[in-house]
Design a binder for this molecule. Sequence first.
Ligand code: ABU
Length: 546
Amino acid sequence: MEYLKLPGEIRVEDKEDRIMSGSNKPSSGQKGGLEPPGPGENPHTDLSRVYSKDLLPTAGGESLTCKFFQELVNILMDYIFKSNERSSKILDFHHPHQLKEGLEGFSLDLPDHPEPLEQILVDCRDTLKYGVKTGHPRFFNQLSSGLDLVGLAGQWLTSTANTNMFTYEVSPVFLLMEEVLLKKMQSIVGWCEEEGDGIFCPGGAVSNLYSLLVARYDFYPEVKTKGMCALPRLALFTSEHSHYSVRKAAAVLGMGSDSVQVVPCDERGKMISRELDSSIAEAKAKGLVPFYVNATAGTTVYGAFDPLTAIADVCDRHKLWLHVDAAWGGGLLMSRRHQGKLQGIERASSVTWNPHKLMGAPLQCSAILIKKRGLLQECNQLCAEYLFQSDKHYDISYDTGDKTIQCGRHVDVFKLWLMWKAKGSEGFGSQVNKCLENAEYLFKQLQRRADFKLVFESKPEHSNVCFWYLPPSLRGLPPGPDTNRRLHEVAPQIKAKMMEEGTTLIGYQPLGSNVNFFRCVFSNPATQHEDVDFLLEEIARLGSNL
Ligand code: ABU
């Protein structure tokens, strides 16, 4: 492996044994600081003898700062290379108590006295060592995976800028980038030039919360000052396969999770629009006031797309707010081949879209798009005068912080903006196509194998593929409660072994009447067919004795 070298560089790994022996660890009474260099010793290269206080802004700290970061980059590069090596483990699993007790010198305890920079670098390396390589091509556990290196560069730049997204005066460039990204995403959703507002916020669940908050305000602006006691008993609607964050948002916003009416789905996990219509009528008959429908474009487990056009028709008929949770499915809008699956999304009043999922932006990167301009601001603004002064000398519409429910806000936009520059819209489209091609490949492999069974027989619409592994002891057994009970235990047992061995990682869950099954999701463009083959062989190997 080639590393950028600085004169006199010492690789942290090379020094590991000495560090771990404790012989050069500072004693508890030792103070940080530079001691006089020994004969011929460069004071800027021996990181075992210098401390964070010797880095910039300490006068003359340039060289040491450079050295420290060079070593850090080496550690990160090692990690990135290993994450891309199929033979390397995805995780080196330890139970919480083991990590808490400390492993091979890695201690979570916080010291009273400073530790030398060399130890700080070892801590960085160990933190990665005992973590999970979510960028590994055989990591299938989560909807967000992979490691886009331009995105990572963007993330590092963002952290270096270390600013706050509340006002133009401290984030001029990032706020304009956010505007550009939101407009682009709104036009991809299909909204016209005059429509569209939004904000990047911490994750899909918070984006969904924003949609409910703003929808309620649109119908009942008095809620902002008077609270829920000024409102009738509200009802909102979402499918049984939708994300739990909708119910959580209803609870957080004081409507109560019981205000959420759960609409049945078909066997593929799509909301049945006819059932939505009946649920709305039933709620009205009970004296509730329907106001909001959440449709999902890409459900978390099955990857199903609700019929958006039919649901939009129902919402129009009842004059309800339509939110589309496209946290997972929004990425398909980037693909000409797959964007038709979200037909009707342009009729939504709000959309959640997480570029940190299928588009591969580093966590976290999630947008809430609101069709009606001005609502976010009206709903949330409190005009704190120390921050949002109205007599600033620039266009204060760019002080977007008062649109949010946060005060401080992380810069989540730059990495996405940079990735978009580096790939173009077409590059995202190819990336999405590849993930869905992998899903189709897995689906076909499962169809032809007798030791696996698909949860549903139809071709995947998204990159989710759901299946059971049938160990030899269960093959050929008649379906029934006893077989189901035994099958329910298979996935957790295989997953436990998988985590211990660390060769691949995939999630499982029960859903409705289906006992525990595996859900494989593809969002890492590094994954190839050989990784899919490996996954199936590994599950079969780990489960062969069950
Ligand atoms: N809905 C958040 C992501 C869940 C997952 O990665 O499986």
